[in-house]
Design a protein around this ligand. Structure first.
Ligand SMILES: [Zn+2]
Length: 437
């Protein structure tokens, strides 16, 4: 399908069927109508946000994007603040907004809404360009569209008179695409917000039919192998040993043989550099090597990733990898180090219940039924840091294409769909007597 045909197909999916009148209460019907009333304003907000370049390392751009959304939250009556991170981290910081509705009833769920202000694309001068139902520009889908869906949903809730019954914290991080380290500092305020909430809703890219209650965590590893540099004619024999290249090959092959068939577990050696004269830069994931065919290589560096569903799976994979690394071939030694990564997000009963509510909301609005996206189909994200604390659902954002590139685009009907579904879900979560496991 070409892009136009695809856009038409997506728009059809996002056009609600006429819902049976009794599925929405009168208040809920008013809420939905208010999303339509504020939709054009939201597209304008999205355009202004996309026209500010905000690659993760563009600190001024991320702050300027944050200022746009902060103004919207201020206008809604939220108490907002900007959280700075230590300068050495070279990240812009986060936007936080809090709302305590005066008519919030005990038993209602306190809701955390998660967005992010940065984009993977670090270039400049990308302008928002709209053609009919499709808009293009870096960040339109991931996730300025999602942030805008948050604002649109909140505006509709306020206009429908329902915001007063809610307690909400909005956290829009400034470094989701390349989180500052250590994570204990860069994710501290997000985690603190989760501790004051009962449910977390994250607005990473979504589609009409799926949402995320489980996703894999991700971390990295660095394998360094040493051998004895000597004449190739002596290889495999006493004194010379097997060399660093054969040892690296053994290790990687055993990783594959021992660990490649575990559900949800993957690992990928992204780069490998070996020889007698090796330089390697882990930040750039780049290196150089030189050697001679008649000299046994004495050094290999391999850098890779590791993805897993649970902390336990991560721990056992690491242990297995360490054990493989430790059983060196003669004349070689090797070490493996693991970097601090994103935690896994295994499914919980609470998250399943929020998904069930979201599915009901979607169908009551005349949109498709919602299924859980398989965990391996979604990369790591900020929601993973809070999923162990509160019932968490991700994928409430907009539907688009070309993520992480200047060609990125969004199907605008999905902005309306995302805001309608989010607003109604938030309203129903806020009612008392709703039990979450
Ligand atoms: Zn994102």
């Amino acid at each position: 399908m070409n892009r136009i045909a695809l856009a038409t197909a997506v728009a059809t999916l996002m056009t609600p069927r006429v819902a049976p009148a009794q599925t929405l209460s009168a208040r809920e019907a008013r809420l939905r109508a208010q999303v339509a009333v504020h939709f054009d304003q939201a597209v304008d907000l999205l355009a202004r946000a996309v026209n500010v370049s905000s690659g993760t390392f563009n600190v001024a751009g991320v702050r300027a994007t944050g200022a746009l959304y902060r103004r919207e939250l201020d206008l809604l009556g939220f108490t907002t603040r900007w959280v700075d991170l230590p300068p050495a981290m070279k990240r812009a910081g986060h936007l936080i907004g809090e709302w305590r509705g005066p008519r919030f009833a005990a038993g209602g769920k306190r809701i955390l809404l998660i967005g992010h202000l940065d984009t993977v694309f670090e270039g400049d001068g990308q302008r928002f360009a709209r053609r009919d139902t499709v808009a293009r520009g870096a960040g339109t889908a991931d996730m300025k569209g999602g942030n805008t869906a948050i604002i649109l949903a909140l505006k509709a809730l306020k206009a429908a008179g329902l915001l007063d019954e809610m307690r909400i914290i909005v956290v829009m991080t400034g470094d989701e695409e390349a989180a500052g380290r250590p994570l204990s500092i860069s994710r501290r305020d997000l985690i603190a917000a989760a501790r004051e909430s009962d449910v977390a809703l994250a607005f990473e890219g979504g589609d009409a039919r799926t949402a995320t209650i489980a996703r894999r965590g991700a971390s990295g590893w660095l394998l360094t192998v040493q051998g004895r540099q000597s004449h190739s004619s002596g290889i495999f024999r006493d004194g010379a040993g097997y060399g660093a290249v054969f040892e690296a090959a053994r290790i990687l092959n055993e990783f594959r043989e021992r660990l490649s068939r575990q559900p949800y577990l993957t690992f990928n050696p992204g780069t490998i550099v070996g020889g007698t004269d090796v330089s390697y830069d882990t930040a750039a994931v780049s290196g150089t090597a030189a050697g001679k065919t008649n000299i046994i290589a004495n050094r290999v560096v391999v850098q890779g990733d590791l993805r897993f569903l649970t902390d336990r799976q991560e721990d056992s994979a690491r242990a297995a990898m360490r054990a493989i690394v430790a059983t060196s071939l003669p004349g070689t030694t090797a070490t493996i180090t693991f970097e601090e990564g994103y935690p896994g997000m295994p499914p919980t009963d609470g998250a399943r219940e929020v998904l069930r509510l979201f599915d009901q909301v979607s169908q009551d609005l005349g949109y498709p039924a919602i299924e859980a996206l398989p965990p391996e189909r979604r990369g790591a994200g900020d929601v993973s840091f809070v999923a162990g604390i509160v019932a968490s659902l991700d994928g409430l954002g907009v539907d688009g294409f070309g993520s992480h590139s200047p060609e990125e685009g969004v199907y605008l009907p999905s902005l309306k769909m995302a805001a309608e579904r989010a607003a109604l879900l938030m309203h129903r979560l806020s009612r008392p007597r709703l039990n979450l496991p």
